[in-house]
Design a protein. Structure first.
Length: 260
């Protein structure tokens, strides 16, 4: 019998070989896909870890910068509340803001004079703000008033014969969210009608202010511990009404700033 030019393989065996070959190819393909997925998961994990580390580094850097700023003698202490606000509009049309991250930037013109008209439930009075004594404090007061910070607050302390105190948000001891440094006057400068900053110790000025309405408290104010930044120039009769009853509730309706 003549020999065939190539080995003869029965048809069913050839089909089994083909199926085995395809199975091996599919197994190899599945293994490769699994390896690719493992590499992608590993890469994603590395990226996630790097992102987490980067976030920690950025947060640490930000905190360190804040610490360095506060340690450098700045008058501002930072807060996580509120915003970094630009200077408010001089026409008084800024949207009201009551929380800020830090003490305001310079918003007043050093060459101008500023007057605050305080409208209350019993009438209005004017405060002549004194940049020559306390430029940072005047800047702070103008900044807050033009952001309508004080609008609607009650006078939170009334001591007949001594003073009235205002500027404290109801139930909120943090005021506007920051503190700034004292600008103390020489001894003997306080008098009836003086406007001074309230504080809880050195360099803890915020938003609360005091108006001296009678002589009883003045001898107790020396040596000076409170920044003197203005004087009532008109409306002492209104102050007399505001300070006459310790149990009364009086309201700061609005403070308007004018400049000249």
């Amino acid at each position: 019998m003549a020999r065939l030019p190539f080995p003869f393989v029965p048809t069913d065996k050839r089909q089994r070989h083909k199926r085995a070959h395809r199975a091996r190819a599919q197994q190899v393909a599945r293994l490769k896909r699994k390896q690719r997925r493992s590499r992608m998961v590993g890469f994603a994990a590395v990226l996630g870890t790097m992102g987490f580390i980067l976030a920690l580094v950025l947060n640490y850097t930000t905190n360190e910068k804040t610490k360095k700023v506060n340690a450098s003698g700045t008058t501002s202490t930072s807060s996580d509340l509120g915003l970094d606000a630009p200077c408010p509009r001089a026409d008084g049309k800024s949207v009201r803001e009551t929380k800020f991250r830090r003490a305001p930037p310079l918003c007043i013109d050093r060459a101008k004079s500023y007057t605050a008209t305080v409208e209350t439930d019993v009438g209005s009075f004017d405060i002549s703000l004194d940049q020559s004594r306390a430029p940072d404090t005047v800047n702070n007061f103008v900044f807050l008033a033009r952001y309508h910070f004080y609008d609607g607050f009650t006078w939170n302390k009334i001591i007949p014969g001594s003073y009235i105190q205002g500027g404290n948000p109801p139930g909120d001891p943090t005021d506007a969210g920051y503190l700034f440094a004292d600008e103390l006057p020489p001894p003997g400068q306080y008098k009836v009608g003086s406007v001074i900053m309230a504080n809880s110790g050195p360099n803890t000025n915020g938003t609360q202010f005091i108006i001296l309405t009678g002589p009883d408290i003045i001898p107790k104010l020396n040596p000076p511990k409170f920044t003197l930044f203005g004087e009532v120039s008109s409306g002492m009769d209104v102050l007399a009404q505001l300070s006459s009853n310790a149990n009364a509730t009086h309201v700061i309706k609005q403070i308007t700033i004018t400049e000249s």
